[in-house]
Design a binder for this molecule. Structure first.
Ligand code: XMP
Length: 509
């Protein structure tokens, strides 16, 4: 890592946002666990270090701490939220449990000018989320701002700054400017992170690593595997063999679209396997969600394994692993707190002894999308909503059969089509229809109907860990409901899911 900003991860859900904000400034950033040894941290030669927020309390016996020598290394430091409390605690200040904590918007007032606050209004709105607070700043520090509590402190001589609020979230009105001040004025970072440079460098790396060997890749049609495929194809052309497994649990016409978009348009070798019957027969008689996931996952590995054996001599298995997957797998909260513990693509066929090729490992999702667009993948494909590996298998509640799949595919396609038509698709994070195993009475023309109930679901989220339901306009929902009931035989009632996560989840199973 050269000329980058290092973010020490103490477990805040906003950490990835800090990393992304810095990359948006075209400065390289990396997120590593707080317990990374000091030598490793220093060996990375960061131009600045951010101590992130986190759920721990410095006064607890299990507090997440760092080596105090970090503050003596001559590298500018910015402590955010827990990072501020940690700075105060380790350098001799005092942190106490506040009376009630502060959650949400607060008014922040600058008390002393500071390079961190250049160009910032004297009073501004900030986003707080803390219980503990700094009661007394360490020697050598000045209080530079307040909200209800000491909200900013600095030791300018040592280039150590700390703020109690979160500058990385948009609710902190002038947070972006504060981060910029830290990165450019205090750390003097240079803009050296450009995606065009990344693409060229990665293509070169792939060529060198792969030589004239063959690479296989499980293409799902999702953003990550598709961008990885196009990038690798650009580097090694026909040495790349994609395998696309049609589980029969995909969205309407998905298989055909993948072949058109990637096979025909990019001229990639794609082996499309129609395994729908296999998957459906494995799902027969199973209605428990986790059992369905397991059945689908196992069958996926089996199919992928069989297919990949057809391509003898392959030395590499390419995957669309992205940076959040890497960060989450080393998360300080442990992998159990990870949302994406489930892999989109089945595991690595064990006896094949393939080496992994993961060209997107360093990129955040928004960067993957930009790379995709630069590589010529159409906008609507790189901005598609995520789709779970088990697909419609977990959106048809209870037992799955081909009739229900056909009904759900049609209903879902109508909802998505209307979201695009009303320019709402990119305003929501994930939208789909769920089919319930519940029949209700309706009336159509003069006839009584007795058909399935479907649920329209749309969620807005930054990180998929928490989410709110999308406040879609009534008229829009009415239109979607009318169209589905009129056009999809088998559904006579639509409900809209108005639950948030937590306590609900985005998917229904
Ligand atoms: P939940 O339902 O847990 O979903 O709020 C969070 C995100 O994860 C996706 N999801 C899955 N993805 N395999 C996947 O590849 C799965 O088994 C799975 N379950 C949930 C979900 O679509 C949402 O984006």
């Amino acid at each position: 890592m050269k000329n980058g900003i290092l973010i020490l991860d103490f477990g805040s859900q906003y950490n990835q946002l800090i990393g992304r904000r810095i990359r948006e400034m075209e400065v390289y950033s990396e997120i590593i666990p707080f317990h990374t040894p000091l030598e490793t941290i220093l060996a990375k030669k960061p131009v600045g270090i951010i101590l992130s927020g986190g759920p721990s309390s410095v006064n607890s016996p299990q507090a997440h701490l760092v080596d105090k020598a970090l503050f003596e290394a001559g590298i500018p430091i910015l402590g955010i939220c827990y990072g501020m409390q940690l700075t105060a605690h380790l350098l001799g200040g005092k942190v106490t449990k506040g009376a009630k904590g502060e959650y949400g918007k607060s008014e922040f007032e600058i008390l002393r000018s500071s390079p961190l606050f250049t160009g910032i209004s004297r009073r501004s709105t900030v986003w707080m989320s803390h219980f503990d607070e700094v009661e007394q700043v360490p020697e050598g520090f000045e209080i530079s701002g307040r909200s209800g509590v000491i909200a900013a402190m600095a030791n300018e001589k040592k280039n150590i700054f700390a703020i109690q609020f979160h500058p990385e979230v948009t609710h902190t009105a002038e947070g972006a400017r504060m981060l910029e001040n830290f990165v450019f004025q205090i750390c003097k970072a240079k803009q050296n992170w450009k995606l065009s440079g990344y693409i060229e460098r990665t293509i070169q790396d792939i060529k060198e690593k792969v030589g004239d060997h063959k690479v296989i890749l499980g293409l799902s049609g999702g953003v990550d595997s598709s961008v990885a495929a196009v990038l690798i194809h650009k580097a090694i052309g026909n040495q790349l063999q994609c395998i696309f497994v049609d589980t029969g649990l995909l969205r309407l016409n998905e298989g055909r679209q993948v072949m058109e978009n990637y096979g025909a348009h990019f001229n990639m070798n794609i082996d499309m396997v129609d395994a729908s019957e296999r998957f459906l027969s494995k799902l027969k008689g199973i209605s428990d969600p986790e059992a369905k996931r397991k059945a689908i996952g196992n069958e996926f590995v089996a199919v992928f394994d069989e297919e990949s054996k057809k391509f003898e001599g392959a030395q590499f298995l390419a995957q669309g692993t992205i940076y959040p997957d890497v960060i989450e797998s080393q998360s300080v909260n442990g992998p159990s707190s990870v949302i994406k513990s489930h892999h989109n693509v089945g595991g690595l066929p064990e006896d094949m002894k393939l080496q992994l090729l993961e060209p997107l490992r360093e990129l955040f999702k928004d960067e993957v999308r930009k790379v995709g667009e630069e590589l010529g993948i159409p906008h609507h494909l790189v901005y598609r909503h995520p789709f779970p590996g088990p697909g419609l298998g977990i959106r048809i509640l209870g037992e799955v059969d081909s009739e229900k799949v056909a009904i759900l595919q049609k209903a879902d396609a109508i909802f998505i089509e209307e979201l695009y038509a009303h320019e709402l698709y990119e305003k929501v994070s994930q939208a789909f229809v769920v089919l319930l195993p519940v029949k209700s009475v309706g009336v159509m023309g003069d006839e009584r109907t007795y058909e399935y109930t479907a649920v329209v679901r749309s969620a807005n989220t930054i990180d998929f860990m928490t989410a709110t339901f999308s406040k879609l306009p009534w008229e829009f929902l009415e239109l979607v409901s009318n169209r589905i009931i009129n056009e999809v035989k088998g559904i006579n009632r639509i409900a809209y899911d108005i639950s948030s996560k937590p306590p609900a989840t985005i998917e229904w199973e």
